[in-house]
Design a protein around this ligand. Structure first.
Ligand code: PMP
Length: 385
């Protein structure tokens, strides 16, 4: 019997995956990561390039983490613990919460995405600040929710230029707003909000809105009045605090982050995530890293010295610098930043243009060792000459 070849007489519509995608994804611009060292070396045929583009830890991971991760590879044929029992227990102890209040993620980026998938949808809105971390608009748009962007503090603000304006953010919250994202400190500005202002903001949120405080750079901040929002969880069941192992712990390549929240919130996030979202090497390395407080202290000290070095040098060059409490500095090149970025690349120094964060003319540079900071500063002087 002949098969029906199903050739229709009228022309089939052309397959158009873009038109078929959900509205938000159609217009989505992918996250632009920092250029990898290998890519630059390949493109320019150079060697010994340095990447100061993704706020990674210049000291690398703790040796304890490396050893534990290597050991975990021996049992890589077994699925990881889908509930991350040991790591959650250790994190719970550290934060003084129950393990049921922790949600592990494949980087804190995944946690941010899980939050969006759990509470955002068409007809619902998220609030965040102008110049905020790029993943907030991305995860909001991907689920076709409305992004309400609050204007930031003015460029001329005395201490927090381009920083979060909590009053402006609060003014955009109504019953449609399910999620508010506050990066503290924020990337790429390096600005921060103090404990009193942030707690008043969280307390003022309606019961229909979750507040996400993204503390990716928590360990670097040494400013008085900077809050550890995990300490507020008992008071605010609608508060979610996110942390990462990518920055101070130097484990960005393993992808490990987490949220601390109320048990009810964590339960929902854990329903949405994939069963084995955090791999076994990351779990083992992350657990071991938490035992190496000396590595954390050394990383903080290196960053403290580097922040001072780079901030002072940029100001000496007459450039406008956004004061940062993180492990990166964003500054105004005073000209078209793309050309400066390219000139730095030719000298083997990878930085990050932040025009896509509403900061034209600016570059963000990760604070590194004295030697690498010097190399960046020399290359910048050359580029601006
Ligand atoms: N939040 C902020 C503010 C960040 O800068 C970053 C890293 N760029 C992240 C979250 C995500 O980090 P990860 O997914 O590596 O944990």
């Amino acid at each position: 019997m002949a098969m029906n070849s199903s050739v229709s007489s009228t022309a089939d519509p052309v397959f158009d995956p873009v038109a078929l995608a959900v509205g938000g994804v159609q217009g989505l611009t992918p996250y632009q990561p920092g250029k990898p060292v290998a890519a630059l070396e390949r493109e320019l045929g150079i060697r010994q390039a340095i990447k100061l583009a993704s706020n990674e830890n210049p000291l690398g991971p703790s040796p304890l983490a490396v050893e534990a991760g290597r050991a975990a590879l021996a049992t890589a044929h077994v699925y990881p613990d889908g509930n991350g029992f040991e790591l959650k227990a250790r994190l719970a102890q550290q934060h003084g919460v129950a393990p049921e209040q922790i949600t592990l993620g494949n980087g804190s980026n995944e946690v941010l995405e899980l939050i969006a998938r759990t509470w955002l949808a068409p007809g619902r809105a998220a609030v965040f600040s102008a110049h905020a971390f790029a993943v907030y608009p991305l995860v909001t748009q991907a689920v076709d929710a409305e992004a309400r962007v609050a204007p930031a503090l003015p460029a001329g603000h005395a201490t927090q230029p381009y920083g979060h304006d909590l009053a402006a953010m609060q003014a955009r919250v109504d019953q449609d707003v399910r999620v508010v994202f506050v990066a503290n400190p924020n990337n790429p500005t390096g600005t921060w909000v103090d404990a009193a202002a942030l707690e008043a903001f969280v307390a003022a949120m309606p019961a229909t809105t979750l507040v996400v405080v993204d503390e990716a750079y928590f360990e670097y901040v040494e400013t008085a009045d900077y809050p550890d929002c995990t300490q507020w969880l008992a008071r605010y069941p609608n508060l979610i605090v996110t942390r990462t192992f990518s920055k101070i712990q130097g484990l960005a390549g393993l992808r490990l982050g987490y949220a601390v929240s109320s048990v009810a919130v964590a339960d929902l996030l854990n329903r949405v995530r994939q069963p084995f979202n955090v791999n076994a090497v990351a779990q083992a390395a992350g657990l071991a890293a938490l035992d190496d407080s000396a590595h954390v202290e050394k990383s903080v000290a290196t960053n403290r010295a580097g922040l001072q070095q780079v901030d002072a040098a940029l100001r000496e060059m007459g450039l406008r610098v956004i004061p940062s409490v993180g492990n990166f500095i964003t500054f105004d090149t005073g000209r078209e930043a793309g050309a400066v970025y390219e000139a730095l690349l030719r000298d083997g120094v990878i930085t990050r243009p932040v025009e896509n964060h509403g900061l034209p003319g600016h570059l963000r540079v990760t604070v590194s060792t004295r030697e690498d900071n010097d190399r960046f500063l020399q290359a910048l002087k050359k580029a601006l000459a």
